[in-house]
Design a binder for this molecule. Structure first.
Ligand code: PMP
Length: 429
C-alpha cells in the first residue's frame, strides 16, 4: 500500500528525533520533507509513496556499483546461514585487511571499526598516543564524523582555537583542535609555528567532499606531507569518501602522496556499517592489544559485512575498467550540464573530481570553505526541488557531492540531463 511521505514524516517525528537517524536525511537545507525509501535497485530508489528517483546520493558513497549488485547480494546470501556475528576472530577479517594493505600506499596494518566516525576518532587517538602530543589540525569545511574533538566549527576564530559546532562538546575538548584553511599551506605553517612540538596529527580529506567538491590545489598535499614529516606530525588522510573511489589506491595513490595513517569507510563495507583505519607498522603497533592505545568494538569486522567488503574490493581490483566507466559517465554528465549552463549564460560553476561532482551556485571554482560560503544556497534549494520534481535525487545541500555510480544507464543520464535543462531554463533571467 502506498504511504504519503508527509504523513510518514509526521509519524516518524513522534518516535525519532527530527524523524531521521542522521540529520542530513531530513532535507532541511533545501526545505523539503525527507523521502522514505522502500527499496533500491541499480541507480534507482523507490519511495514509500510510489515515486521513483534516479539516485545521485548512493548512500553517500558506498554504492559505487549501484544498489543490489548481484555479486554483493550473492556473497551475503551465501554466508548468512553461517551466523551473523561471533565476537571472535574470523578469517574473512584478515582477507579484507590483506586487500586494503595491498591496495593502499603506506598501510601496513589495518583495524576494522563500524563507521567513518569511529575510524577518524580512533586514528586521532592513535596519533596522540604515538606522538605523546595532544593537539591536532583539521581544515575548515572538512567533515570527519561527529566525535567531539573533530566536530569543530569553521567560525571566525578558526585560525586560533576551535569552537565546538554542537552544544554538548566541551570547549575543553576542542581547545586541542586547531583549524586551518583548505588549500592554504601558510595557514598550516602558522599553526605549527604557534604550537611548537605540540601537534600530534593533521587530518585532511585529500579531496574534500563535505563542502561540495573542492579539489586539492597542485602542491597542497605535497606541502602537507613535507610539513608533517619536518615537524613529526602524523599525517592522516580521511579517505572515507575517496578510498577505492578516486582510484583503487585512493586519493593517496592518485596524487602520489603517502600519509602516515588513513581512514576508510563506505565502499569497503559495500553498504554495511564498516570503517577502518590503518597505516605504518610502527604507528599501528601502538594499537591495543599490540600496544597501549585502547580501541575496541563488539561488532567490528562483522563477518557478513566483511564478506560484502571482500567481494567489493575484489571486483574493483579485477575490473579496473569500472573506474574508466564511471569516469566516462561523470564526463558525460559534466559536459552536458556545462553546455546547458553556457547556453543559458548561467554563472554557476560545475566542479568534478572523478565520480564526485557539485554544481556551485557561484561564478568561480572554490578553493576553501570561505569561498564556498559565497554560494547562493537558496538557488541550490530551487535546483534541488526542480530536479526532485522530475525524479532526480541530488544531495540535499549545496555543501555535499553528487555521487556517480557505475549503475547509471545512458537513459538514466539522459533523463537527468533533460531535467537539468528544464530546471536551468527556469534560472534564466
Ligand atoms: N569522514 C568523511 C570524509 C565523511 O564524509 C564522513 C561521512 N560522510 C565521515 C568521515 C563519517 O563517516 P560515518 O558517517 O560513517 O560515521
Amino acid at each position: 500500500m502506498l504511504k504519503n511521505n508527509h504523513d510518514l514524516y509526521e509519524e516518524a517525528k513522534q518516535y525519532i528525533p527530527g524523524g531521521v537517524n542522521s540529520p542530513v536525511r531530513a532535507f532541511q537545507a533545501v526545505g523539503c520533507d525527507p523521502i522514505f525509501i522502500r527499496k533500491a535497485q541499480g541507480a534507482h530508489l523507490f519511495a514509500e509513496d510510489g515515486r521513483h528517483y534516479i539516485d545521485y546520493i548512493a548512500s553517500w558513497g558506498p554504492m559505487l556499483l549501484g544498489h543490489g549488485a548481484h555479486i554483493i547480494n550473492e556473497a551475503i546470501e551465501a554466508h548468512i546461514k553461517d551466523g551473523i556475528s561471533y565476537g571472535l576472530p574470523s578469517w574473512i577479517e584478515v582477507e579484507v585487511a590483506k586487500r586494503i594493505v595491498e591496495a593502499y600506499p603506506g598501510v601496513d596494518e589495518v583495524r576494522m571499526v563500524n563507521s567513518g566516525t569511529e575510524a577518524t576518532m580512533s586514528a586521532i587517538r592513535l596519533a596522540r598516543g604515538y606522538t605523546r602530543k595532544d593537539k591536532i589540525i583539521k581544515f575548515e569545511g572538512c567533515y570527519h564524523g561527529h566525535s567531539d574533538g573533530l566536530l569543530v566549527s569553521s567560525g571566525s576564530g578558526a585560525l586560533t582555537f576551535g569552537v565546538p559546532t554542537s552544544p554538548g562538546v566541551p570547549e575543553d575538548v576542542v581547545k586541542n583542535t586547531l583549524v586551518a584553511t583548505y588549500n592554504d599551506l601558510d595557514s598550516v605553517k602558522a599553526l605549527i609555528d604557534a604550537n611548537p612540538d605540540a601537534i600530534a596529527g593533521l587530518i585532511v580529506e585529500p579531496v574534500c567532499g563535505n563542502m561540495g567538491v573542492v579539489s586539492p590545489e597542485p602542491g597542497f598535499l605535497e606541502g602537507l606531507r613535507e610539513l608533517c614529516t619536518k615537524h613529526s606530525i602524523v599525517l592522516i588522510f580521511d579517505e572515507v569518501i575517496t578510498g577505492f573511489r578516486i582510484s583503487y589506491e585512493g586519493a593517496a595513490g592518485y596524487y602520489g602522496i603517502v600519509p602516515d595513517l588513513a581512514c576508510f569507510g563506505k565502499i569497503i563495507g559495500a553498504g554495511f556499517p564498516v570503517g577502518a583505519y590503518g597505516g605504518k607498522k610502527e604507528i599501528m603497533a601502538c594499537v591495543s592489544p599490540s600496544g597501549p592505545v585502547y580501541q575496541a568494538g563488539t561488532l567490528s569486522g562483522n563477518p557478513l559485512a566483511m564478506q560484502a567488503g571482500k567481494v567489493m574490493l575484489d571486483y574493483l581490483k579485477h575490473n579496473p575498467a569500472v573506474y574508466d566507466l564511471i569516469e566516462e559517465k561523470g564526463a558525460y554528465l559534466q559536459a552536458h550540464f556545462q553546455k546547458i549552463l553556457d547556453a543559458n549564460r548561467l554563472p554557476f560553476t560545475l566542479v568534478r573530481n572523478h565520480s564526485l561532482m557539485t554544481l556551485f551556485f557561484m561564478d568561480s571554482v572554490p578553493h576553501d570553505f570561505k569561498e564556498v560560503q559565497r554560494c547562493d544556497t537558496k538557488k541550490y534549494a530551487k535546483y534541488f526541488k526542480g530536479m526532485l520534481e522530475r525524479g532526480i535525487l541530488l544531495a540535499p545541500s549545496q555543501f555535499e557531492a553528487m555521487f556517480i555510480s557505475s549503475a547509471l544507464t545512458k537513459n538514466d543520464m539522459d533523463v537527468t540531463i533533460q531535467a537539468f535543462k528544464e530546471v536551468m531554463e527556469e534560472f534564466r533571467v
